[in-house]
Design a protein around this ligand. Sequence first.
Ligand SMILES: Nc1ncnc2c1ncn2[C@@H]1O[C@H](COP(=O)(O)OP(=O)(O)OP(=O)(O)O)[C@@H](O)[C@H]1O
Ligand SMILES: [Mg+2]
Length: 347
Amino acid sequence: MEKKSIKVSEQNNGKDVLLKVKDLKTHFFLPSGQIVKAVDGVTFSLEKGKVLGIIGESGSGKSVTSRSIMRIVEAPGKIINGEILFKGENLLTLPESEMAKIRGRRISLIFQDPTTSFNPYMTIGQQLIEAYRVHEKESENKIKEIIAQVFKLVGISDYEDIVKRYPCEFSAGFRQRIFIAMSMIFTPDLLIADEPTTSLGITIQAEIIEALNDVKERTGTSVIIITHDFGVVSQFSDDIFVMYAGRCVESSPKKELLLNPMHPYTIGLIRSVPLLEARKTKRLKSIPGFPPDMMNLPIGCAFSNRCEFAQDICFEKVPDLVEIRPNRKIACHYPQINYQTNQDTQI
Ligand SMILES: Nc1ncnc2c1ncn2[C@@H]1O[C@H](COP(=O)(O)OP(=O)(O)OP(=O)(O)O)[C@@H](O)[C@H]1O
Ligand SMILES: [Mg+2]
């Protein structure tokens, strides 16, 4: 039996908070002496049963954030500051042996590329049994029952044939669905899906999001979905957290963010999402310019050189993340509080 070391869930204004990340800093200390501040003061919380979407361009620190939560940041990366409170307990101060019991069991991580998530030399069934036995000794029959349940969760009922096969026998989308099933064998409290649809076509993407949604609805598992696609977060998230250059630039309940984005970067991201129909035929427009060089961040706001609203102060001082309304945080010297979109009907 697992030692019951988890404390009671943290209450936040009467809400049941599952995960609270406070001022997380994960930096990479390169052999050259340079420091990459991949995650630099990230704060957010996730309520039980809810979906948080983390969105940002490539290199903004999304994966490093998720790897930090799992405590699997690779060298020369190091978590140098912060707290990661999971059910009220700080994961960053747990001994590795306790963390190993949480990883894959209470918190599961789904990666971008379903090909690398599996061992190509073992059947799907063998891998599921092995994944289960890492944490618990159980008879093969009992595990088979659990396997049947998790396959049902992702909409696969004829699993008997699937478990006898090897990963390469399935399409990338189907493998991802199987991986989601595998991530659910212990009904974790938190599922982190790091760009789970990025390498897949648009129709398959929709199927994966639907599978994740079914899993969440049927089990009550909270989800963090990481993506650079606003279409994905807007379909599925309750709250959205926008990252840029290792920091949070805006966080908000989804609907408010889509109707009234305030950070110029968020506005740019939303503007770059065309109508659903058009997405099938047109390339997505991107925000002009490039994300900053993480080894050479500007002195002021990291977005200043791409921002159409930037004034002098934006090039001189990093804006603090400020709660300008309940549940709405923004880090900008000139937030566009009156900006309105009609994206609610578009995405
Ligand atoms: N092993 C590493 N060594 C040095 N720097 C790293 C390493 N891994 C990540 N970084 C730095 O951390 C930053 C954030 O990386 P991360 O993988 O979190 O980006 P991301 O937002 O997940 O991007 P993507 O959308 O492409 O997956 C990168 O810009 C990179 O400079
Ligand atoms: Mg990533």
